[in-house]
Design a protein around this ligand. Sequence first.
Ligand code: SME
Length: 163
Amino acid sequence: MEPTFTCSPNLGKQERYRLFLTEYVPFIEGECDLIPALANTAAALREAFGFFWVGFYLVHDDRWLNLGPFQGPVACSRIRKGHGVCGSAWAESRTLVVPDVDAFPGHIACSGASRSEIVVPLISDGKVLGVMDIDSDRLAAFDDDDRIGLEAVVSHLLQNLRQ
Ligand code: SME
């Protein structure tokens, strides 16, 4: 398969997400199996944005998140509900943008190089299925443009999984 995701670091963030969605939406259309969809979403985001770590944790037995498909350095296998940024985003059912992970109480450091983070919950029919987690090795790498762009990515991902 030809690479389909453009890396365009000179564009503004909103433009980059707009461009990413034009490539991602047709790519992910019709992919209704969870693991292949998550794996290719992580790879596409890494290719387009060069994120330090991008991947998914999936809800397991209502108390734990288990590591799912990801791109980047090895990571923690399990995170308890309400713990760390991922477990908090799950418990609160909302996106968390963390400009400085050292200032987040209970942050779980899978890699010492991680400086900032964004976690977007995957919510279907009011239930959290898991979270998308993205880490940067720079402080304050994520803002509201990332939140809006990544929530749009997750929304397209879930739309296909429901079909
Ligand atoms: N930092 C996360 C743990 C997952 S790794 O970043 C990949 C957290 O605090 O939940």
